[in-house]
Design a protein around this ligand. Structure first.
Ligand SMILES: Cc1ncc(COP(=O)(O)O)c(C=O)c1O
Length: 363
């Protein structure tokens, strides 16, 4: 099968670039003493998680319980769920999962701890629990300070729970393009986490794991050596937003684009404009419009949920109906979640389809 045979819209995955990204992150982390626990919310595919584990990852992260269920079904046995799991039915599912695999979960309040502790005791499972600390993102998490120490003590009073450490993830700084500014903010967030860990330790409680970090902060986290574990997600495939984020020395981050959306031109109604068969149902725009690979003059504009307009800033669009172009999504996670499968490319040829088993698994 060659590329013209692929129907569109299609989510293209360059398996060679994917493999190089996984190897680069392995090499960056190797010898640092930090563990790598990639976030599977990006790729949502057990097969890719297994590749990350084969390259030395200690386990994976999932955002949602349903995602974790798919991963366990795919043979992944060490998972950190990075958002609190709340409500009786979800906690029951969590306990079933914890019977099968090594599951760690994040909490950020006393009610949640007691609910997990009671359920784990009733289900006769031992559950590793981490407290999330809000180190600047203002999403979940207790404020830095004594609250985490109080909650760690509370976890210790549940015999079915084990306090495993703290999570401090600051998503707001991952996309800060300038390296020095990002590095300063990563340091400030880490300080909040380390101070909090110190307060927990002062109570005589061991803090084994300090987990956090993403694609934007990984190199900085590795230099600072404050975390014990990194959770980057997007690095496996990258996107147009992360392509703007600078490494030290203003270089690009050391990861390649492995993802694209293949589109077909369906109309060229005016000299400066054509229309493709990719709209908001086939590429996410939460982080901005996609770019057009190889055509820096073409701007993607809204033309409905099933179509996109490509307008040329140079004045004339050379494309004609039937031509194919590749779009570069601005946000990999939300675009991947729109597709049932990756169309996998190797050496410029189609290798086959990899099902995205956890797409849409948001419960
Ligand atoms: C808790 C947590 N950890 C890690 C990540 C991975 O971040 P990135 O995709 O920027 O590498 C995310 C992404 O949103 C996250 O929410």
């Amino acid at each position: 099968v060659t590329l013209p045979d692929v129907d569109t819209p299609a989510l293209l995955l360059d398996a060679d670039a994917l493999g190089r990204n996984i190897a680069r992150m392995r090499d960056l982390v190797a010898g640092s003493g930090l563990a790598l626990r990639p976030h599977a919310k990006t790729h949502k595919t057990p097969r890719i998680a297994l590749m990350q584990l084969a390259a030395g990852a200690a386990g994976i992260c999932c955002s949602k319980l349903a995602e974790a269920e798919v991963m366990v079904g795919g043979g992944i046995m060490d998972i950190l769920i990075t958002t609190p799991v709340v409500g009786a039915s979800k906690i029951a599912r969590l306990m079933r999962l914890a019977h099968t695999a090594g599951i760690r979960v994040v909490v950020d309040d006393a009610v949640g701890i007691d609910a997990l502790g009671d359920a784990a005791a009733a289900a006769k499972v031992s559950l590793d629990v981490l407290i999330e600390v809000d180190v600047g993102q203002a999403r979940c998490g207790v404020p830095p300070g004594q609250t985490a120490a109080d909650l760690a003590g509370r976890i210790g009073r549940h015999r079915a729970l084990r306090f495993a450490g703290l999570q401090g993830y600051n998503g707001a700084l991952q996309g800060v393009a300038a390296f020095e500014e990002r590095a300063a903010r990563v340091r400030a967030s880490l300080d909040l986490l380390l101070e909090t860990a110190g307060l927990v330790r002062k109570r005589g409680i061991e803090v084994a794991t300090l987990t956090g970090g993403g694609t934007g902060s990984s190199a900085i986290d590795l230099e600072l050596r404050g975390l014990t574990e990194l959770q980057p997600g997007s690095y496996v495939v990258m996107d147009a937003s992360y392509a703007k984020v600078r490494d030290r020395g203003a270089d690009a981050l050391p990861f390649e684009r492995a993802l694209g959306v293949l589109a077909t031109v369906v109309s060229r109604p005016a000299p400066d404009r054509c229309v493709v068969d990719v709209g908001w149902k086939s590429v996410s725009v939460d982080s901005g419009p996609p770019l057009v690979a190889g055509h820096p003059d073409l701007m993607f504009e809204f033309a409905g949920d099933e179509h996109g307009k490509l307008r040329s800033t140079a004045g004339a669009v050379q494309l004609r109906p039937g031509d194919r172009i590749e779009l570069i999504p601005a946000h990999c996670d939300t675009t991947i979640n729109l597709y049932d499968a990756y169309t996998v490319m190797r050496d410029g040829r189609v290798e086959g389809l990899w099902p995205i088993e956890a797409r849409g698994r948001t419960q």
